[in-house]
Design a protein around this ligand. Structure first.
Ligand SMILES: [Ca+2]
Ligand SMILES: [Ca+2]
Length: 166
Protein backbone atom coordinates (compact mmCIF):
# COMPACT_ATOMS: atom_id res chain seq x y z
CA UNK A 1 0.00 0.00 0.00
CA UNK A 2 2.61 2.52 1.09
CA UNK A 3 4.95 1.27 -1.61
CA UNK A 4 2.36 1.85 -4.30
CA UNK A 5 1.63 5.30 -2.95
CA UNK A 6 5.29 6.10 -3.12
CA UNK A 7 5.59 4.56 -6.54
CA UNK A 8 2.55 6.12 -8.11
CA UNK A 9 1.44 8.91 -5.82
CA UNK A 10 2.35 12.56 -5.78
CA UNK A 11 5.70 12.04 -4.10
CA UNK A 12 6.76 9.70 -6.83
CA UNK A 13 10.22 8.32 -6.17
CA UNK A 14 12.61 8.40 -9.03
CA UNK A 15 14.26 5.06 -8.29
CA UNK A 16 10.91 3.22 -8.16
CA UNK A 17 9.79 4.63 -11.46
CA UNK A 18 13.14 3.67 -12.89
CA UNK A 19 12.67 0.14 -11.60
CA UNK A 20 9.32 -0.08 -13.38
CA UNK A 21 10.77 1.43 -16.51
CA UNK A 22 13.47 -1.21 -16.47
CA UNK A 23 10.91 -3.99 -15.98
CA UNK A 24 8.92 -2.56 -18.87
CA UNK A 25 12.04 -2.34 -21.01
CA UNK A 26 12.71 -6.04 -20.40
CA UNK A 27 9.28 -6.86 -21.84
CA UNK A 28 9.95 -4.57 -24.76
CA UNK A 29 13.23 -5.86 -26.22
CA UNK A 30 12.69 -4.05 -29.52
CA UNK A 31 12.23 -0.77 -27.66
CA UNK A 32 8.99 0.15 -29.36
CA UNK A 33 7.65 1.69 -26.14
CA UNK A 34 4.73 -0.70 -26.24
CA UNK A 35 4.24 -4.33 -25.30
CA UNK A 36 1.82 -6.83 -26.81
CA UNK A 37 -0.14 -9.50 -24.98
CA UNK A 38 2.53 -12.19 -25.51
CA UNK A 39 5.28 -10.00 -24.12
CA UNK A 40 2.99 -9.06 -21.24
CA UNK A 41 2.27 -12.71 -20.39
CA UNK A 42 5.94 -13.59 -20.58
CA UNK A 43 6.91 -10.62 -18.42
CA UNK A 44 4.54 -11.67 -15.66
CA UNK A 45 5.40 -15.35 -16.12
CA UNK A 46 1.82 -16.43 -16.84
CA UNK A 47 0.40 -18.58 -19.64
CA UNK A 48 -1.77 -17.17 -22.40
CA UNK A 49 -5.47 -17.58 -21.57
CA UNK A 50 -8.81 -15.89 -22.15
CA UNK A 51 -8.60 -14.31 -18.71
CA UNK A 52 -5.20 -12.89 -19.48
CA UNK A 53 -6.46 -11.52 -22.79
CA UNK A 54 -9.40 -9.87 -20.98
CA UNK A 55 -7.08 -8.30 -18.46
CA UNK A 56 -4.79 -7.10 -21.22
CA UNK A 57 -7.73 -5.59 -23.12
CA UNK A 58 -8.85 -3.86 -19.95
CA UNK A 59 -5.45 -2.26 -19.47
CA UNK A 60 -5.06 -1.39 -23.13
CA UNK A 61 -6.72 1.95 -22.55
CA UNK A 62 -6.79 3.15 -26.16
CA UNK A 63 -7.55 -0.28 -27.64
CA UNK A 64 -4.35 -0.26 -29.71
CA UNK A 65 -3.58 -3.93 -29.00
CA UNK A 66 -0.45 -2.91 -27.13
CA UNK A 67 0.23 -1.46 -23.68
CA UNK A 68 2.37 1.63 -23.37
CA UNK A 69 4.16 2.69 -20.21
CA UNK A 70 1.29 4.76 -18.83
CA UNK A 71 -1.14 1.92 -19.36
CA UNK A 72 1.40 -0.41 -17.81
CA UNK A 73 1.75 1.71 -14.67
CA UNK A 74 -1.99 1.73 -14.18
CA UNK A 75 -2.03 -2.02 -14.72
CA UNK A 76 0.61 -2.57 -12.08
CA UNK A 77 -1.28 -0.50 -9.56
CA UNK A 78 -4.48 -2.41 -10.32
CA UNK A 79 -2.76 -5.76 -9.99
CA UNK A 80 -1.04 -4.84 -6.77
CA UNK A 81 -3.64 -2.76 -5.08
CA UNK A 82 -7.01 -3.72 -6.48
CA UNK A 83 -8.63 -2.87 -3.14
CA UNK A 84 -7.05 0.53 -2.83
CA UNK A 85 -9.82 2.47 -4.50
CA UNK A 86 -8.38 5.94 -4.17
CA UNK A 87 -5.02 4.76 -5.54
CA UNK A 88 -6.76 3.25 -8.54
CA UNK A 89 -8.86 6.36 -9.01
CA UNK A 90 -5.84 8.59 -8.94
CA UNK A 91 -4.12 6.48 -11.55
CA UNK A 92 -7.21 6.14 -13.68
CA UNK A 93 -7.50 9.90 -13.65
CA UNK A 94 -3.88 10.29 -14.73
CA UNK A 95 -4.11 7.68 -17.45
CA UNK A 96 -7.39 8.90 -18.92
CA UNK A 97 -6.34 12.55 -18.73
CA UNK A 98 -4.71 11.89 -22.07
CA UNK A 99 -3.71 15.50 -22.80
CA UNK A 100 -2.24 15.72 -19.28
CA UNK A 101 -3.83 19.07 -18.44
CA UNK A 102 -4.91 17.88 -15.00
CA UNK A 103 -8.58 17.83 -15.95
CA UNK A 104 -10.84 15.16 -17.33
CA UNK A 105 -12.75 16.50 -20.31
CA UNK A 106 -16.05 15.04 -21.52
CA UNK A 107 -14.16 13.14 -24.23
CA UNK A 108 -11.71 11.73 -21.70
CA UNK A 109 -14.59 10.79 -19.39
CA UNK A 110 -16.29 9.11 -22.35
CA UNK A 111 -13.23 6.97 -23.09
CA UNK A 112 -12.87 6.16 -19.39
CA UNK A 113 -16.48 4.94 -19.26
CA UNK A 114 -16.04 2.95 -22.46
CA UNK A 115 -12.98 1.17 -21.03
CA UNK A 116 -14.98 0.37 -17.91
CA UNK A 117 -17.65 -1.29 -20.04
CA UNK A 118 -20.11 1.60 -19.73
CA UNK A 119 -19.89 2.94 -23.28
CA UNK A 120 -23.66 3.43 -23.35
CA UNK A 121 -23.69 5.76 -20.33
CA UNK A 122 -24.32 9.42 -21.14
CA UNK A 123 -21.01 11.08 -20.24
CA UNK A 124 -22.53 14.54 -20.70
CA UNK A 125 -25.07 14.11 -17.94
CA UNK A 126 -22.48 12.54 -15.64
CA UNK A 127 -20.20 15.48 -16.36
CA UNK A 128 -23.00 17.91 -15.52
CA UNK A 129 -23.68 16.03 -12.33
CA UNK A 130 -20.01 16.26 -11.33
CA UNK A 131 -19.74 19.99 -12.02
CA UNK A 132 -23.18 20.78 -10.56
CA UNK A 133 -24.17 22.37 -13.88
CA UNK A 134 -21.21 24.79 -14.01
CA UNK A 135 -19.66 25.44 -17.41
CA UNK A 136 -16.25 23.76 -17.28
CA UNK A 137 -13.78 22.24 -19.72
CA UNK A 138 -12.87 19.37 -17.45
CA UNK A 139 -13.29 17.72 -14.08
CA UNK A 140 -10.65 18.19 -11.43
CA UNK A 141 -9.44 15.07 -9.65
CA UNK A 142 -11.63 15.91 -6.63
CA UNK A 143 -14.72 16.22 -8.81
CA UNK A 144 -13.88 12.98 -10.56
CA UNK A 145 -13.33 11.24 -7.24
CA UNK A 146 -16.64 12.34 -5.73
CA UNK A 147 -18.41 11.34 -8.94
CA UNK A 148 -16.90 7.86 -8.71
CA UNK A 149 -17.84 7.62 -5.03
CA UNK A 150 -21.43 8.29 -6.07
CA UNK A 151 -21.19 5.73 -8.87
CA UNK A 152 -18.84 3.01 -7.60
CA UNK A 153 -20.13 0.59 -10.25
CA UNK A 154 -17.90 2.25 -12.85
CA UNK A 155 -14.78 1.20 -10.99
CA UNK A 156 -16.16 -2.13 -9.86
CA UNK A 157 -15.72 -3.72 -13.25
CA UNK A 158 -11.94 -3.27 -12.95
CA UNK A 159 -11.55 -4.68 -9.49
CA UNK A 160 -13.94 -7.58 -10.16
CA UNK A 161 -12.11 -8.66 -13.29
CA UNK A 162 -8.80 -8.39 -11.56
CA UNK A 163 -9.98 -10.46 -8.62
CA UNK A 164 -11.00 -13.19 -11.05
CA UNK A 165 -7.60 -12.95 -12.65
CA UNK A 166 -6.15 -13.73 -9.24
CA1 LIG B 1 -2.62 0.83 -25.84
CA1 LIG C 1 -7.46 16.38 -19.89
Amino acid sequence: MQGIKEAFGHDIRQDTVKKHMNAFALMDPNKTGRINVKQFAKGFGVAMSNDLQHLFDLLDNDGSGEIDFREYLLGLALLNESKDRSGILKLAFQVFDSDENGQMSINELTSFLARCGYGDVDAHSLFKEATAGQQKDGLTYDEFESLMRKHPEYMKVWTDKLEKFG
